[in-house]
Design a protein around this ligand. Structure first.
Ligand SMILES: NC(=O)c1ccc[n+]([C@@H]2O[C@H](COP(=O)([O-])OP(=O)(O)OC[C@H]3O[C@@H](n4cnc5c(N)ncnc54)[C@H](OP(=O)(O)O)[C@@H]3O)[C@@H](O)[C@H]2O)c1
Length: 246
């Protein structure tokens, strides 16, 4: 769709995969203007060009819609690629649930906030500033375990349910933006199991050849992004470019 994007926005930019995607984009497309959104400050994002390109914001709160909208409106042009990387699987107190009895409202709601609302608020902010003629490629990092068809094992209730909800959000967005924008492509991408803080507690049973470094996953994701065309919009893609059933 856009071999060489002139502006790329990465949300959740301090994350393991997000940082590697940023580095890969700068390596491949040195002229690209890289914009970042993160709860953390710009100096915690290695190689970043500076304050004008960064907004410290918690995307899971509704006030982020206006804050991101204003930030984007200040930029010389709207982003061509938007890569939304926000996601949560566990925190210091909470592990993914193995059974129904371990499910708690608080954690399901927190998973929904980070895994769904962060992406929704970003889309709302973008929706407000995008000119009709502006080409747009949107990718949300989802997870294969959010596929309802693919679910053979059960467990991980909050993560699976929130990623399934994200997947529906992405499908809907692909339909709305196909009507509204002249050239858009909206996809969900499963990055594959990647060695970041998100997967760290669950790596013991992952064979070494199934665990990728952030740099390898980022390389695969940017390969996919560079090849997408408008007719791919509405797809759920795996790290190798194959389609995952919703
Ligand atoms: N690693 C894997 O094996 C794997 C597998 C399948 C799918 N994924 C998906 O890929 C994406 C990136 O994952 P990653 O492995 O790079 O994870 P990570 O290093 O933990 O990064 C996740 C990012 O989500 C953002 N986030 C926003 N609000 C948050 C909150 N309240 N609590 C925690 N994080 C919050 C953070 O960005 P800021 O702090 O910069 O705002 C954080 O850096 C996620 O959506 C994840 O579900 C990862």
């Amino acid at each position: 769709m856009l071999e060489s994007p002139h502006s790329v926005l990465i949300a959740g930019a301090s994350g393991g995969i997000a940082q590697a995607i940023g580095a890969e984009i700068i390596r491949r497309y040195p002229q690209t203007r890289l914009l970042t959104l993160s709860r953390t400050s710009v100096d915690r994002i290695p190689g970043h060009a500076g304050e004008r390109h960064h907004l410290s914001v918690a995307l899971d709160g509704p006030e982020s819609v206006d804050a991101v909208g204003s930030f984007l409106a200040e930029q010389p042009s709207p982003p061509h690629w938007i890569i939304s990387c926000c996601g949560i699987l566990h925190d210091e107190f909470q592990r993914p649930e193995k059974s129904l009895s371990q499910c708690e409202d608080r954690w399901l709601l927190q998973s929904m906030r980070v895994n769904v609302l962060s992406h929704l608020h970003l889309a709302q902010a973008v929706d407000g500033i995008l000119p009709r003629r502006s080409p747009l490629l949107w990718a949300s990092l989802s997870a294969k375990v959010g596929s309802i068809t693919d679910n053979q094992l059960g467990g991980w209730y909050s993560y699976r349910a929130s990623k399934a909800a994200l997947n529906m959000l992405i499908k809907n967005l692909s339909i709305e933006w196909a009507r509204k924008l002249e050239e858009s492509c909206v996809v969900a991408i499963h990055p594959g199991t990647t060695d970041t803080s998100l997967s760290k507690p669950f790596q013991a049973n992952v064979p070494p050849d199934k665990l990728s470094s952030p740099a390898v996953s980022a390389n695969r994701i940017v390969n996919i992004l560079g090849q997408l065309v408008a007719s791919d919009s509405g797809k759920f893609l795996s790290w190798d470019g194959s389609e995952i059933p919703w």
